[in-house]
Design a protein around this ligand. Structure first.
Ligand code: ATP
Ligand code: FE2
Length: 327
C-alpha cells in the first residue's frame, strides 16, 4: 500500500510518501519547501501563494525520491487542520485535483495527531507527547478512545514566543535555531516562570525579555535564560502528565523539539523517573508531510477515507475532536 501525504497548515508545503510492505510502514519520501521571511512574521496569504508556486516542484521531488509513479498511489492524505485557512485551502485544492485526476479517495488528517503518530516510528507505544511547535504547545496523550490535551499554552505557542523575541532583537525568522546558538554563550538572568496546573503561558515572559533586551542586557544571556525558563516550564507540565496518567514514555514533537537543550532536559527528566525518552529525527519534528502520509496510511486501512467532493478544511479542529479508529 502506498499513500501520498500533503502538508500545508502554515509555512511549509510538503509532500510525503508512506509505503507499507510486509506489515511495516516506511516513509519513502519527505519533501518540502518552506516560506520564510527576513522581517516580520508569517503572512497567511503570502504563505499560501508560496505553496501554490512550489507545489508542482515538491510533488516531482517526492516522486523522484521515492521512485514511484502517481498511478501506484492508493489514496491521498492531507492535513485538514488545525492551521491557517488560506494555507489549508491551497493544500485542499491540490489534494482534490490530484484525487480526482487519479480517481482516488482522500484521507483527512489532523496535523497535531500526525505529530504524535509519527513518533511511533521511533518505537514508542503509548507516549505522552510534548508537542512544541510554532503555533502549538500541548501535552497530548491517548485516553478513552481519543488523543486528549492534558496541558497547553494559555496564550502563544512556544515557537512563536521564541520567534517573536528573536524578531524583537532583529535576528530574523525562524528565531529558534539562532536563539539556540546564542544561548551557548550566555549565563542566567532571572525571568518570570509561569505554569498554572498543567498549563503554561509565555506572553508575560516575552514582554519581560523584550524589556530586558531594550535595557541593554546581553542577547546571549537572554537567549540562555529564555531556554532554561521556557523549557523547564514545558518539561514540568510533561512530567506531571506522565505522573498523573501513570505512563512511562515521553515523546517530543514539533519544530522547537529540534532544540538540543530541550531534548537534554527531557532526557534528564525521563532518567530521573525511569521513563523512556523518544525523539524522532528533525525532519519529522518540524512540519512535514511524511507524518501526514504515515497517519494517512493507518487511517486509510481503518476505512477513514472519503470521496474527494466531501473533503474540506477544518482550521480550528481540536485534537480531542477526532475519534481514533485506527490501531
Ligand atoms: P504547528 O503548525 O505544528 O504549530 P509550525 O507551523 O509552527 O507548527 P514547526 O515546523 O513545527 O512549525 O515549528 C516551527 C518552530 O520551530 C519555529 O518556532 C522555529 O523557530 C522552531 N525551530 C525550528 N528548527 C529549530 C531548531 N533547530 N532549534 C530550535 N527551534 C527550532
Ligand atoms: Fe506542526
Amino acid at each position: 500500500m502506498i499513500i501520498l501525504g500533503v502538508e500545508s497548515t502554515a509555512h511549509t508545503f510538503g509532500i510525503g510518501i508512506a509505503k507499507k510492505e510486509n506489515g511495516k510502514i516506511e516513509i519513502i519520501a519527505n519533501c518540502k519547501d518552506s516560506y520564510t521571511t527576513e522581517k516580520g512574521g508569517i503572512v497567511p496569504v503570502e504563505a499560501a501563494k508560496h505553496h501554490a508556486a512550489v507545489k508542482g516542484k515538491v510533488l516531482q521531488d517526492a516522486l523522484d525520491k521515492s521512485g514511484i509513479r502517481l498511478g501506484e498511489i492508493d489514496a491521498i492524505a492531507f492535513s485538514h487542520g488545525p492551521g491557517l485557512a488560506p494555507c489549508l485551502l491551497e493544500g485542499l485544492k491540490f489534494t482534490k485535483e490530484l484525487a480526482l485526476k487519479l480517481s482516488r479517495k482522500i484521507v483527512p488528517v489532523n496535523h497535531c495527531i500526525a505529530h504524535l503518530e509519527i513518533g511511533k516510528l521511533t518505537g514508542c507505544k503509548n507516549p505522552v507527547l510534548l508537542y512544541a511547535s510554532g503555533a502549538n504547545t500541548q501535552i497530548i496523550s491517548y485516553a478513552g478512545g481519543k488523543y486528549r490535551i492534558f496541558g497547553e499554552t494559555l496564550d502563544i505557542g512556544i515557537g512563536n514566543f521564541i520567534d517573536s523575541f528573536a524578531r524583537h532583537c532583529g535576528i530574523g525568522f525562524p528565531g529558534g535555531p539562532k536563539i539556540s546558538e546564542l544561548a551557548k554563550h550566555g549565563k542566567y538572568v532571572e525571568l518570570p516562570y509561569s505554569i498554572k496546573g498543567m498549563d503554561v503561558a509565555f506572553s508575560g515572559l516575552l514582554t519581560n525579555l523584550e524589556q530586558k533586551y531594550d535595557r541593554g542586557i546581553k542577547i546571549e544571556d537572554l537567549a540562555f535564560s529564555l531556554q532554561e525558563t521556557a523549557f523547564a516550564m514545558v518539561i514540568e507540565a510533561a512530567e506531571r502528565a506522565l505522573a498523573h496518567l501513570n505512563k512511562d514514555e515521553l515523546l517530543l514533537g514539533g519544530g522547537v523539539a529540534c532544540n538540543s537543550r530541550l531534548q537534554e532536559m527531557a532526557r534528564i527528566m525521563c532518567n530521573e523517573r525511569n521513563a523512556e525518552f523518544f525523539c524522532p529525527p528533525n525532519e519529522f519534528l518540524v512540519d512535514n508531510a511524511g507524518m501526514i502520509a504515515y497517519l494517512g496510511l493507518k487511517m486509510f486501512e481503518a476505512k477513514c477515507s472519503i470521496e474527494p467532493e466531501k473533503a474540506n478544511i477544518n482550521p480550528a479542529e481540536r485534537t480531542d475532536d477526532v475519534a481514533v479508529k485506527w490501531g
